[in-house]
Structure formats: C-alpha cells, structure tokens
Ligand binder design. Sequence first.
Ligand SMILES: C[S@@+](CC[C@H](N)C(=O)[O-])C[C@H]1O[C@@H](n2cnc3c(N)ncnc32)[C@H](O)[C@@H]1O
Length: 259
Amino acid sequence: MNQFEFDGEKYRQASKHQKEWGNKLISELNLLGDEEVLDLGCGDGALTEQIAILVPNGNVVGIDASIGMIRVAQKLKQPNLSFVCADINDIEYENRFDIVFSNAALHWVKNHKKLLKSSLKALKRGGCITWNFGANGNCENFCDIVKTVMKSPIYRNHFFDFEWPWYMPLEDDYNALIKSVGFSESEISYENADRYFENSDEMIKWIDQPCLVPFLKILPNDKKEDFRNMVVKIMIDRTKQPNGKCFETFRRLNVKAIK
Ligand SMILES: C[S@@+](CC[C@H](N)C(=O)[O-])C[C@H]1O[C@@H](n2cnc3c(N)ncnc32)[C@H](O)[C@@H]1O
C-alpha cells in the first residue's frame, strides 16, 4: 500500500468540517434501513457508524488504508458494522453493495477512472455512489503555502521526486470522466464550502492531521518540525482575520450516480 499513516484520535479532534459535510451527505442517502453500504476512506469510522445505525437491517463496511485510522474505527461497536484496512485502489467487490459512500477521502485517490469502474462493479444493479471530495480550488492557501515552503533551499532536494498527493478535478472534467464509465445516470455538482476555523489552534489541528502528513513523511526527522512550523506560521499570517478566525477555501465535488 502506498498510503499515508494518520493518527485516528487526533483526526477525530480535527475533523469538525469533514463531519459536517459527511452528515449532510448521509442525510441525502434516503435510506430504507436494509442497505448494504461500503464507505471508502472511512477514517475514524464516525460517519460509517452513523450509517450503520440508520440501516439496522443492512450492513456497513468501512475501508481505510491507514492502520492508525482503522484501529480507532474498530473501537466502534455495532452488530452490522465492520472495518477493513485496505487500499481503495485495490477493491474487488462484485454486485455486493446498494451504496458506495465516501466523504472527504477520494481526492487522495489519483486514478478515478479505475475507481469509478471498480465502484460500478461493486454495486448491485440500481445501486448508487454518493461521494463528496475536494475539487479544483480546494484549500488554496494551504496548497500554495506548502508548495512555496517545499521549494525553499532547505527542503527542495527532498521533494525532487515528490508526487503531489491530491487529485482535485474540475466539475466539467469529472462529468466527462463519469460519463465514460457506464453508470446509467450521474449528477456532479460543485460546491463552495469556504469557511472559517474558530481560531488558529483549530486550524493548526487540521494542518497537522491530515494535511501535512504526506509532506512530513518525505522529510528526515531533523527537518520535520521546522517545516511544519514554517507552514503553520505562514498559514496563520495569511489567513487570520481581525476577529481571530482563520479562513480557508473549501471547494467540493458532490458526485451521485446510479448503476
Ligand atoms: C480526511 S479522511 C476522511 C475520513 C472520513 N471519511 C471522514 O469524513 O471523516 C481521508 C481518509 O481517506 C483515507 N485514504 C486516502 N487514500 C486512501 C486509499 N487509497 N485507500 C484507503 N484509504 C485511503 C485516509 O487514510 C484517511 O483516513
């Protein structure tokens, strides 16, 4: 697996915004209570558990590549809820799920043609995908600042071969992609979910988990802390408002499609 390790407990404390989007996405599922649901990139499992409670006669499987996330998720106990540590790129389910759900995870997956095909295969006929993930323009401040710090003379050699961790497509490009895959219906919408962190501490928690994880993974131990502190300082200088709140752009794609 080529994935990143996260701290599930810290993520739980830092994921207020993700949980807000996830709750909205769950409310749009129109559940009957007996669905089989797959949650891609389930993270700490909090949303996966909520879905399990809403489908008492169905089953919910959460998958995530991070052992640190799965360990935290596995503490959640529902009779119809299970978690698997696996890479989304490797899923091989067939005609098994009514819903493939995913919140705030699929911008970490680069090959969406493969992902859409494997999700289509995983669905029963009439089943649907319901996804929300980062779109073009997402986290503009963080992305710009981390790119600048990566290019500074102290760090640039370490990032020479670095693969940018996220895929955040334009709505039109994603529309064309999903139409090429074979769903019977699809609907893509772009959402401006820009928001303020209540204060810089709240923003720093989000910078630490999950944003900085792929960048710190590359750096030797003696350079991690300074890199992190530099990104944090510039983020605060740039985004902190007179009332103490910190602004960031959050642009999302909502993807719904039926097999
Ligand atoms: C920001 S968290 C979202 C967690 C949860 N869905 C939520 O909304 O709170 C993104 C998650 O996607 C997982 N992830 C990213 N790429 C993955 C991959 N290729 N396979 C499995 N999980 C992946 C990460 O490990 C992380 O837990």
